[in-house]
Design a protein around this ligand. Sequence first.
Ligand code: PMP
Length: 433
Amino acid sequence: MINKYTDLVTFDKKHVWHPYTSMSNPLPSYVVERADGVNIQLKSGETLIDGMSSWWSVLHGYNRPELNKAVTEQLDKVAHVMFGGFTHEPAITLVKKLVSLTPDGLEKVFISDSGSVAVEVAIKMSLQYWQSKEQANKHKLMTVRNGYHGDTFAAMSVCDPVTGMHQIFDKVLMKNIFAPAPTIMIDDPWDDKETEQLEILFAKHHHELAAFIIEPIVQGTGGMRFYHPNYLKTVRQLCDKYQVLFIADEIATGLGRTGKLFACEWADISPDIMCLGKTLTGGYLSLAATLCTTNIAETISNGDASCFMHGPTFMGNPLACSVAIASIDLLLQNNWQAQVKQIESWFKQAIKPLGENKRVKNVRVLGSIAVVETHQSVNVATIQQHFVEQGVWIRPFGKLIYMMPPLIITQEQIETLINAIASALPHDKFFND
Ligand code: PMP
């Protein structure tokens, strides 16, 4: 067993590329044996409480009988079939649900295979829309700093220009327009000055802007910041005033995480295009969706190309659509609002004392998302090992130790997550200078 374990780790280290990881000096990877509920079991024997939902994706816990059943029942019928020329019930039922649950006006749905692709599709839609209206000069995007929208090229071009990957790929990235990041947070008093610069940029650039893209309410990878709904409201107004399409990237926030089914609901707005991903399948399979208005879909379809120019091989994969349907049904049956509210109050209670620690700059909670922001950046390798020893799975980045556990987590499990963070704070070895 030990030998086999060592062999796995050695081979992995030598040949398997992990996300954002060096191949010559990789961060450690822990071998997972199985996962049930909120627990991830390692091959080395430890059981960890999952604070990450596998990067925001696992909504109802691992190994859920209802979701397993959806996959296996579909598996017996057809695992995959091309979507060009064919359609199927899982895709149709899923689209029906998405159209009825998402904000008004989003009626046409392009199903793809990952969040980054959903963003590419949204950007392409906005470009093709203006081309079809013979306004091809509207070919740039505007966004805010501190954003994150994925790792593919168009998506990278709207990620934060400093913390994103612009320096490395600068020569090939689209040159877009960046407004300052929102500074007024969700619970702070609003001041109209917040969007003055944004309005100036809209006025200056609208003639060349195809779309404005933003993560509603939660700037995730770009800082885990929860900003004021009035900012989003103003974006909607400015997009209308200046004829710019509004893309809401709800890949991280969609389907309940923030306490609303979609984060756009905090501002009571509907975007022109919305991207969903991550938790769409309850974390089971890779699936994403880009929704748009009938006007956008018809304009593109009546344009020169007479169709939308995108079509991934695994578009509308039946297994992924089936589990997405089951996950959405479970979310609605489970009284998700009460679940998220409960998690929010447990987090708020448990995290408060950490705010007084001198190493901590700020603690914040929104819905099922909790953040401990430190003054120094964390040493991922050492703090991760400490967390594993404490029986929890939390993967911080930069100065952010954050959590968004599956919605079935208990109060005791939340306390274990917070205690693990508290136990790391006194030790210099877990933090960089
Ligand atoms: N947009 C947002 C807001 C995200 O958080 C992410 C993933 N972290 C993406 C897009 C990209 O999704 P994926 O990793 O599935 O390509």
